[in-house]
Design a protein around this ligand. Structure first.
Ligand code: AMP
Length: 115
């Protein structure tokens, strides 16, 4: 299978506005932001969907992803006022990129419209 756009960002084959990186996690600004702060937090490991996570094998990775969310939220200045973390899974959620990603959204009151 060919690489997703996010794997190509990890490999630095295409540019992205990277805001955080460690051995297992990468985060970059969403190209089409839905809020003043819209950052995508992804594992470097290729996991297509949340349903492909292995609870045992990926437990530490999940902790790292959420740890990164907190560090990035602090750096982006949205930790105090709050933010939202969204994971789309599959067709009905509108998942476009088949590489697990957490949307970190904030910077204004977000309202709530799940559908
Ligand atoms: P999802 O619909 O949950 O799969 O979200 C995919 C997200 O990736 C969308 O919000 C897109 O705007 C974003 N996106 C797609 N291509 C890029 C890119 N090259 N750099 C940054 N964000 C991207």
């Amino acid at each position: 299978m060919s690489d997703t756009i996010f794997t190509r960002i990890i490999k630095r084959e295409i540019p992205a506005d990277i805001v955080y990186e460690n051995e297992n996690v990468l985060a970059f600004k969403d190209i089409n932001p839905k809020a003043p702060v819209h950052i995508l937090v992804i594992p470097k490991k290729e996991i297509p969907r949340v349903t492909d996570l292995n609870p045992a094998a990926d437990a530490a990775l999940l902790a790292e992803l959420f740890s990164a969310v907190n560090v990035i939220a602090e750096k982006a200045g949205i930790k105090q006022d709050g933010f939202r973390v969204v994971i789309n899974c599959g067709k009905n959620a509108g998942q476009e990129v088949e590489h697990l990603h957490l949307h970190l959204l904030g910077g204004k009151p977000l309202g709530w419209s799940p559908a």
